[in-house]
Design a protein around this ligand. Structure first.
Ligand code: NAP
Length: 436
């Protein structure tokens, strides 16, 4: 029997477990480890709470978790409770599917002022991530800014602009819903260091901004190249730009009190304020020959007492695992980090791509593993039994599939009307629910 440890229970972890199960059948046991007693990583803590259709992919992962060869072992943090080397002693292969939980930093003066928050923290706050339950983002000012022109920037700007009613059917956590309901923010400026043609936003997500109850998008047509230039764009991007052009052609609705202002060619150079963020100093940019943003020397100020930076993520380094600082991921070659040690998902590729991108990625690594240790061959490592014994000897109590289900059922029972669940937002609440 082979024993595999998949570290991380987000999309990358589950697709890899699914692929390993297909490749090895009943000749392998696959343990999916997570530092929390509930799974799904990005699906639970990253995907926007008002995008329930995206979260529905977890039903596929449920099936993987229910299959005979797969176990869920929660409440164990690899790198803290058990090292990767120790795991390699107990498992035939270890696959790191730990995602990219850290926000990249802007690297400008004022980035650590109160009120400047990374997207990992802000998104975690409204999604019930236990590390950010006490974030308490400042929402009493009228102006906020989101830095970045990707889909996460869109998520953040949209969440800041929706009304309480618009969150119906979502699983936004109660503390965030109440805080946002009382928010004074009326203008969210979305700062892109390059132009409309260079956005990393997708059409469906962008289109949503045109249908918000209380907010209108504001786009300046002067930022666009001539219409003919759109012909050269790849079809998806052309669709996005067409939506932006429509926004530019539509005056903001006077009845809607909130504005989402797209500020292109705008590179933050400093964040200033007395004891907290008050404004961003922005340098006007233009594109250089390579398409990168080049400062023009002209600066201006954008008021913002809340600044959410949505400029990408990085994996958390794990002791003993070679790490690529620039790429924010583990050093690997096609997913292979070292002998019997692999990475998948964002931990392998860096923080880009949709949930579905992780599927081929996980299957590819599972194929490599199957080629390196053909199914049917005997493994001589003990797997979960030894891991659990070690954890208990260290005072760490691993949780299991039944614990996860109990927490989910309790969260569902606590839900406000119309919401699928009211998530617990603290680790202790999870443990208390399962009698720990
Ligand atoms: P992203 O798509 O890589 O976008 C990052 C943005 O930050 C880019 O616009 C980038 O501009 C900008 N940026 C980077 N460094 C900057 C700096 N120093 N100053 C100013 N701007 C800077 O990343 P993301 O939004 O975090 O999304 C991560 C992945 O998840 C993406 O693949 C995304 O599509 C996916 N996602 C999908 C959904 C969905 O499908 N609904 C939702 C959320 C996320 P440059 O282009 O100039 O570098």
């Amino acid at each position: 029997m082979r024993h595999f440890a998949v570290v991380g229970s987000g999309p990358a972890g589950f697709y890899t477990a699914e692929a390993l199960e297909k490749a090895f059948g009943d000749k392998a046991r696959i343990d999916i480890l997570d530092r929390y007693p509930v799974p799904y990583g990005l699906i639970r803590f990253g995907v926007a709470p008002d995008h329930q259709s995206l979260k529905a992919v977890s039903k596929r992962y449920d099936k993987v978790a229910e299959s005979a060869g797969v176990d869920f072992i929660g409440n164990v943090a690899v790198g803290r409770d058990v090292s990767v080397d120790e795991l390699l002693g107990m498992y035939d292969a270890v696959i790191l599917a730990v995602g990219s939980p850290h926000s990249r930093k802007l690297g400008i003066p004022g980035q650590d002022l109160p009120g400047v928050i990374g997207s990992a923290e802000f998104v975690g706050w409204y999604n019930g991530h236990p590390e950010f339950a006490d974030l308490d983002p400042p929402l009493s000012g009228t102006h906020a800014a989101v830095v970045g022109n990707g889909n996460v920037a869109l998520d953040v700007a949209r969440i800041l602009s929706k009304t309480r009613q618009e969150f119906e059917g979502s699983d936004i956590v109660g503390h965030a819903l109440d805080a946002l309901d009382h928010s004074a923010i009326r203008t969210v400026t979305i700062l892109g260091r390059r132009g409309p043609h260079q956005i990393a936003m997708t059409p469906k997500e962008l289109g949503e901004l045109g249908h918000l109850e209380a907010a209108s998008p504001v786009v300046d047509i002067a930022d666009f190249p001539p219409l003919e230039a759109d012909d050269a764009l790849e079809p998806g991007q052309r669709k996005s730009i067409t939506i932006l052009r429509e926004f530019a052609a539509t005056p903001p609705e006077p009845a809607k009190p909130k504005r989402m202002v797209f500020d292109f060619f705008a590179k933050p150079v400093a964040i200033e304020g007395d004891g907290g963020a008050e404004k961003i100093v922005v340098e006007r940019t233009e594109l250089d020959e390579s398409g990168a943003a080049r400062g023009t020397g002209e600066t201006y100020e954008v008021p913002a007492s809340l600044v959410v930076t949505s400029i990408g993520y990085a994996s958390a380094p794990i002791e003993g695992v070679p790490y690529d600082e620039r790429g924010g991921k583990f050093l690997n070659e096609n997913g292979k980090i070292g002998e019997r040690l692999y990475a998948v998902g964002w931990a392998r590729r860096g923080p880009s791509g949709t949930i579905g991108t992780n599927r081929p990625d996980g299957y590819e690594v599972a194929e490599q593993i199957a080629a390196a240790m053909p199914p049917g061959g005997a493994g001589d490592r003990p797997g979960a039994q030894a891991l659990k014994r070690l954890l208990v000897s260290r005072g760490v109590m691993p949780t299991d599939y039944d614990d996860w289900r109990k927490i989910e059922e309790t969260e569902a029972a606590r839900a406000r009307p119309g919401s699928p669940r009211e998530k617990f937002v603290r680790h202790e609440e999870w443990l208390h629910t399962i009698g720990r």
